[in-house]
Design a protein around this ligand. Structure first.
Ligand SMILES: Cc1ncc(COP(=O)(O)O)c(C=O)c1O
Length: 418
C-alpha cells in the first residue's frame, strides 16, 4: 500500500471527457436579453479556464506549479481497502474507498480551486470571488487564493453562515472576506434582502451575487462545480485511483459516488469509462433533491437570477428551493451536462437515498474505518451498502469516493436538519 502514496501517482495531465462522450455535448445557451452571458464569462473567468471549458482535447497539461501545490495539500489522497467494513458486512468481495477528506481543506474542492487561482494570478487578476453553501467550496477557494496572494470574497448562503460558524472562521483564517447571502452588496442579493434581512438564501442566489460582484469589482469568479473545466480538474481523483488500483493488482467492478453539481463524481468516474466498459456505476443523490429521478433533462439556468448561460442538464428548476437537509453540498438544482448526458443514456445509474439511510451509513463507516465522512459522502457510502447487500454473493470489487470529512458537520449525528 505504501507504494501507492508516491508522488508519481499524481498524473501530469487532467482528463477531459468531452471528445469521448457517446454523443456531442449540447453547448451552453445564451438566453440573455442584454449582454451575452457567454461573453460575460470572458470577463470574469481566467482565459485559460475558458479555453479548458470549451476544449476538445482529451488531455490537458497540469502546470508543474499546480502539481507541486497538489503535493503540498495532501495529494495523492489515499485509496484504502476497507477491510473492517468488509468484515462487518460479511462481504466476500472487496471494498476500497478513495479519501478526498485527507486534503488539508477536507474535501475534493481544492483540486479545482488551486488551478483556477493559479490561472487567475498568472493573468494578473486583482482578486477572486465565489459563493459557498455548506462552506467546503468557499474554504478551498479561500486557501487557493491565499496560496497565490489573491484577495478573496465569499458569498455564503446565510442559513449556513449562521449555523456553521466554524466554516466562516476557517475562511477568515485563510484570509477571505465572508459575506452572508442574500446581501445588500449586489442587485441580485438586494432584491431578497429587502424582503427579509434574515433571508436564509440559496446557492442559486449566492452564485448570482458572486458573478455580479465579479463584474462590478473586476474580479475572477471561481467555479465550484457543474462546468466542464472544474470536472476536468477533478479527474485527478479517478486518474490517481486507476494507478493505485493497478499497484494493488486490482480492477474495479463498481464505482459509487455522490452528486451535488457533479464534480467529485465525474472526476472520480470519467477517467475509468473508456477502458472499463462492464462496470456498474452509481450516482447517489439526496431524496430531497432528486434531480435525476424526478428532474427534467432540459436547458436550464446555472444560477437563479439567470445571469449565467443555460446548460442542458437534469434539473429540478433554477428556482427550486431545496428542503433543509444537512448535506448542503447536494442541494444544487442541477447536475453537470456531461454527467447528465451519461445518466440519460443509461451508462450511469442514479439513485436517491434518505437522510436516515445516510446517517446509518455514516455511523457504520465511522465505527469500522474510524472516519467521520462528510454528510454528502454519506450518500455514496449508503448507496455502496445497498449495492453490497444486493450483490452479497458476488465477489465484486467496489470502489467508493468519499469526497470529504465531516468533522465540521457533527450536527447531523444530533438529529439536526442543517
Ligand atoms: C464533501 C462534498 N462532497 C460532495 C459535494 C457535492 O459537490 P459535487 O457534486 O460538485 O462534487 C460537496 C459540495 O459542496 C462537498 O462539499
Amino acid at each position: 500500500m505504501l507504494e501507492s502514496y508516491r508522488e508519481e501517482i499524481i498524473p501530469e495531465k487532467w482528463y477531459n471527457i468531452i471528445p469521448d462522450l457517446p454523443e456531442p455535448l449540447p453547448p451552453p445557451l445564451d438566453r440573455s436579453k442584454g449582454r451575452s452571458s457567454i461573453d460575460l464569462l470572458n470577463d470574469i473567468v481566467p482565459k485559460e479556464i475558458l479555453k479548458q471549458e470549451f476544449s476538445f482535447s482529451r488531455y490537458v497539461d497540469i502546470p508543474d506549479e499546480v502539481r507541486e501545490q497538489y503535493i503540498q495539500i495532501g495529494r495523492p489522497t489515499p485509496l484504502v481497502r476497507a477491510r473492517n467494513l468488509e468484515k462487518r458486512l460479511d462481504y466476500r468481495g472487496k471494498i476500497f474507498f478513495k479519501f478526498e477528506g485527507a486534503t488539508v481543506t477536507g474535501s475534493h474542492k481544492i483540486n479545482t480551486a488551486i488551478p483556477q487561482a493559479y490561472y487567475a494570478a498568472q493573468e494578473g487578476s486583482s482578486g477572486t470571488v465565489t459563493e459557498t453553501g455548506a462552506g467546503q467550496w468557499g474554504t478551498a477557494t479561500a486557501l487557493a487564493s491565499s496560496l497565490y496572494s489573491l484577495p478573496c470574497t465569499v458569498f455564503m448562503v446565510r442559513i449556513s453562515y449562521q449555523q456553521k460558524p466554524g466554516r466562516k472562521v476557517i475562511m477568515n483564517t485563510y484570509g477571505a472576506d465572508v459575506i452572508p447571502s442574500p446581501s445588500d452588496m449586489t442587485g441580485s442579493g438586494l432584491k431578497f434582502f429587502k424582503e427579509n434581512t434574515n433571508h436564509p438564501g440559496s446557492l442559486g442566489i449566492a452564485i448570482s451575487e458572486a458573478v455580479e460582484y465579479a463584474m462590478k469589482k473586476n474580479l475572477k469568479y471561481m467555479i465550484g462545480s457543474v462546468l466542464n473545466s472544474a470536472i476536468t480538474h477533478q479527474s485527478i481523483i479517478g486518474l490517481e485511483t486507476i494507478k493505485q488500483l493497478e499497484l494493488e493488482g486490482e480492477k474495479a467492478d463498481s464505482l459509487i459516488g455522490c452528486v451535488g453539481g457533479g464534480s467529485n463524481f465525474s472526476g472520480f468516474v470519467f477517467p475509468f469509462l473508456n477502458d472499463h466498459e462492464d462496470m456498474d456505476i452509481i450516482a447517489s443523490t439526496a431524496e430531497e433533491v432528486p434531480k435525476f429521478t424526478r428532474g427534467e433533462y432540459k436547458y436550464d439556468y446555472i444560477d437563479s437570477a439567470g445571469i449565467l448561460p443555460q446548460l442542458r442538464m437534469f434539473s429540478l428548476g433554477a428556482d427550486f428551493v431545496p428542503p433543509k437537509i444537512y448535506s448542503g453540498g447536494l442541494r444544487y438544482h442541477g447536475a453537470s451536462p456531461s454527467l447528465s448526458l451519461l445518466v440519460r443514456n443509461g451508462r450511469i445509474k442514479a439513485e436517491d437515498v434518505s437522510q436516515n439511510e445516510v446517517i446509518d451509513a455514516l455511523k457504520i463507516f465511522a465505527g469500522t474505518q474510524g472516519i467521520i465522512a462528510a454528510p454528502e459522502s454519506g450518500h455514496a457510502i449508503a448507496s455502496a451498502l445497498r449495492y453490497i447487500k444486493a450483490n452479497k454473493n458476488e465477489k465484486k470489487t467496489v470502489v467508493v469516493n468519499v469526497s470529504g470529512h465531516g468533522l465540521l458537520d457533527l450536527g447531523i449525528f444530533e438529529g439536526k436538519r442543517e
